[in-house]
Design a protein around this ligand. Sequence first.
Ligand code: 13P
Length: 705
Amino acid sequence: MANSTQTTSKIIKPAVILCRIVVGLTFLFSGFVKGVDPVGVAIKFKEYFVALGIDILTPSSPLGADFVSTFSISAAIGLSMFEFVLGAVILFGLYRKLAPTLAVLTMLFMTPLTLYLAIENPVHDCGCFGEALVLTNWETFYKNLVLTVAAIFLLLYNHKVRDMYLKSIRWIPSLFSIIYVLTISLIAYVYQPLLDFRPYKSGINIREVMAQEDVQPEYIFVYEKDGLRQEFAIDEAPINDESWTFVDRIERMPEGVEEKIELDFGVRDNDVDITDDILSDDNYTFLLLVPSVEGYDNSWDDKILSLYDYAFEHTYNFYALTPDAEELSNRLSEMGISFPCYTMDETVIETIARGNPAIAMLKGGILYWKIAPRELIDMSQYDSDIQGTPLGEIYEHDFLKRTIIILLIYILPLIFLYLCQEAVVLLVERVKAKRLKLKENSNNTNYKPKKIKTMRKNIVAGNWKMNNTLQEGVELAKGVEAALNERTPNCDVIIGTPFIHLATIAATVDTKKLGVSAENCADKVSGAYTGEVSAAMVASTGAEYVILGHSERRAYYGETAEILKEKVLLALANNLKVIFCIGEVLEEREAGKEFEVVKSQIEESLFNLTAEDWSKIILAYEPVWAIGTGKTATAEQAQEMHAFIRKTVAEKYGEEVAEETSILYGGSCKPSNAKELFANKDVDGGLIGGASLDVEQFMGIVDAF
Ligand code: 13P
């Protein structure tokens, strides 16, 4: 257990943070790029439906192409939202159980699916990062394996690291993430993607890029001589000169040729390729892009007609491009429109611009802009040359600037929220500390509050039992002290350590802030009792407390009520405060004897004390069946027994003494149940076993006050 404490802080916590970053950012990125271009994702979906033979959702579905489009686009927006928000909550550590559970379930679905895609290759690019980052199916599978492992790790250990936002406000970053990604998706759907990851960016010179498609890379040979490296062209390589050693061969595009972009821009007029005619035309050329005649949205026909009329009047070109020119021609003429229609591959049309239809403009092979028809201005108001209109300019798409702005719109409000949260927390802590100080000051005066309960101390005490080497123990104690320094606890905090640690820890920590306790002491004053540690020895270390009567000592080391009576007396004689444990075993509770048992444990070992001595006794009710078992006494059971114990003390020493006695509860006390237990009027804190070995858990219990 000691090792587990160290492992938690040294390995698990950084690993949790790393996994949150890896899984969170991957999901965020994946959701973001899908949200930026939901139409692209919907197209990919259709590709999947066809490849996987899901007839009902293929474009030829009996439900109609409209249904498939609506379904695909809704699914695309839904998926991007799911991934983005899941990524956000994982990255920020919110919903620490639910989020990794959803991530694991998603990965358990996606990983086998991508394995199938990798083996069968029905679609070449899985589309998980939209057009932003194209991975091969195998790369996607390996990526998913890593994510699955990281998500499972988070499922197991995510609770070890704090959330970035408080539980009470975590809905704000979650809702903000939903609104953000939904807005991006809707803008992309209604207009064009806010960020264009596709090759046809406005400003691209299609003619030049296509001319470069045939350019082959040059091979450069690297040789080494006397530790010096030199590059050679293929025909200059010193193949026959043995003083040179071959090192590497590099592929490099000739100067002036940038990275290869495949455009596949091709237009046919029946069987005649008119691509060159269009690309080399220096006249303005409007393109009406119709990826599917069936799904053509004719709501914008008036605007498009006005553009056509404008082009006609100014002798600019106007081409409608579609996979089936004849079909489009017929469809348009049914609506009383007649445009010159030409054939272009559906995928190319969809890659140039999103929307059915979309409109683009070329001049001299350069793509000036591309827009959704709703963005088209009414061209009938212009009788001037296009240069005098907004349509005559190349639409500058500064990718980097845009990316930064879009990301900042998301990140800045989240940072602001975080800073507000931290400021409020700090303020609240300050106010609390001030109140506590006022309370302490008032306690120092003659004023005695009417309710005696306020006089007794709330205490959270750890009992490390036989765990931790000296070094681990010192580190744990330091960790607890550091955590205490970060807060103002509403209770006294004590750690009970094995003898071996006592002196070092008592000398290391500030015992005024963090009390130190032994877990036992001898029932003899001193002398030939090999292996024993006396109360005086404990006191000499600087420890202030000793735990006595723990059920484990009663059960495994034969400590009887008589022995404990001796130990208590010796401890008190050496000015130690005693945390005295009492509690019934399961059979006794089942037999309804718990009150009887507890009462006699108190009577037999403690009721010989004077009232003055009694003020140094802290009681700890630890039902033996709840210790280390994960079974906690219910809040009602604890309150019932604590009230009984207080009554028993009151009968012997009077009500005032009883009201001043702190009675702690022990047995599977955790951060999750401490608040409920401590809320009871007679439960004044806890004696904590397992959870005291982990700083975060122990503090979770301290914070319950
Ligand atoms: P657990 O908190 O591990 O159940 O142990 C309780 C205990 O025995 C404290 O003394």
